[in-house]
Ligand binder design. Structure first.
Ligand SMILES: *Cc1c(COP(=O)(O)O)cnc(C)c1O
Length: 350
């Protein structure tokens, strides 16, 4: 007999959850001091006390991750490709001269935080998920611009609903930003805090135009699609190909990489990763979507560029068939409803 989770669930209105922080009982913490990681432990305090000179606070020496735990119909708790998040955090740490979080520690931290907060994992069929936020920050006494001497790896979790307001396949809109997100040889391909503060104004300006998010073009020529503020872009072209930007200034989204595989293997589409010249190719777009752990697959109904809106769908704004199929496949696998052909799910055992 395998062990079962026995903790009763919290009495929450799961279907009403938005994408907001909700405190849960436990978080995992490991400390790196004198060149060595501590074993790590579960703690209850959701505050972090750090030195006022901590490099994470002044020079953004920090990185983070985002993934979800979902409940399968048979009650199993599933993560989605967590080893790719571990790998991405490893790359970010290397780029920012931080100690790497070994994959075993990363996965154990995630599993322990999920297991300890079992009561907060939304039940199957609720449409909600447990969002998991691993982070690595440079702490300790400091003043000058140099790497921290101490680091904290922390994993906290929060039950969440959809990132964009309406449930299921919410159609969103994007406005091309006049601001740049990431330089060609900068840090846009790492999930590090330094990339995001500068995007807050871009998001604000996009929202003033009535869009959900900013769409960033490449910083060198301002022609090619990079990505949205917190989601990659995929496009189903009129010629039947399925395309995503080839830019190395975008975050290598786990969701996007999975969707590309599904488009090729399950829908038999020709997939391409290449530069997409937005103004030249927009008339060839059949369907566009933003994708990520938080956004899942959000069809893009319209894009604002050069003073006007380009719409991809008619009134009523429903998702097109390609994005709808990909959404059903992806979410079906993540929630343990469909066969996991690719071995993407990772069970957190009781
Ligand atoms: C996290 C993130 C994504 C989505 O990546 P996933 O691994 O699919 O969650 C896309 N773009 C940016 C800028 C992000 O920060």
């Amino acid at each position: 007999m395998t062990q079962q989770f026995t903790t009763p669930k919290k009495d929450l209105n799961w279907a009403e959850l938005g994408f907001q922080y909700r405190p849960t009982e436990f978080r995992f913490r490991a400390l790196h001091r004198n060149g060595q990681w501590s074993d790590g432990e579960l703690i209850t305090d959701n505050m972090i006390s750090v030195h006022e000179g901590a490099p994470a606070l002044h020079y953004a020496q920090q990185c983070f991750e985002g993934l979800k735990a979902q409940t399968a119909p048979d009650g199993r708790v599933l993560l989605f490709r967590p080893e790719l998040n571990a790998e991405r955090m490893r790359q970010a740490a290397e780029r920012l001269l931080m100690p790497q979080v070994p994959e075993a520690l990363f996965i154990r931290g995630v599993e322990e935080a999920v297991r300890a907060n079992y009561a907060w994992i939304p039940p199957h069929g609720s449409g909600a998920a447990l969002y998991i936020r691993p982070m690595l920050i440079g702490v300790g006494e400091n003043l000058g611009l140099k790497t921290a001497k101490e680091f904290e790896f922390r994993v906290f979790v929060s039950p969440v609903g959809p990132y964009y307001k309406s449930a299921g396949l919410a159609v969103i809109s994007l406005a091309v930003s006049d601001l740049d997100r990431a330089a060609p040889a900068g840090t846009g391909n790492y999930k590090i805090g330094a990339n995001y503060a500068g995007g807050l104004l871009a998001t604000r300006l996009a929202q003033e135009l009535g869009a959900n998010e900013a769409l960033f073009l490449d910083a060198r020529e301002r022609r090619y699609i990079d990505e949205a503020g917190s989601a990659n872009i995929v496009v189903a072209m009129r010629d039947g190909s399925f395309v995503t930007p080839g830019s190395n200034a975008v975050l290598p989204s786990v969701t996007r990489r999975s969707i590309m595989t599904l488009a090729e293997q399950e829908l038999g589409m020709k997939i391409e990763q290449r530069a997409i010249d937005l103004r030249k190719e927009i008339d060839q777009f059949e369907e566009v979507a933003a994708c990520g752990t938080a956004a899942v697959i959000s069809p893009v109904g319209k894009i604002y560029i050069d003073g006007q809106w380009h719409s991809f769908y008619g009134e009523g704004e429903q998702a097109g068939p390609v994005m709808q199929k990909l959404y059903n496949l992806l979410v079906g696998i993540q929630r343990g409803e469909l066969e996991d052909k690719f071995g993407w799910t990772h069970e957190v055992k009781a």
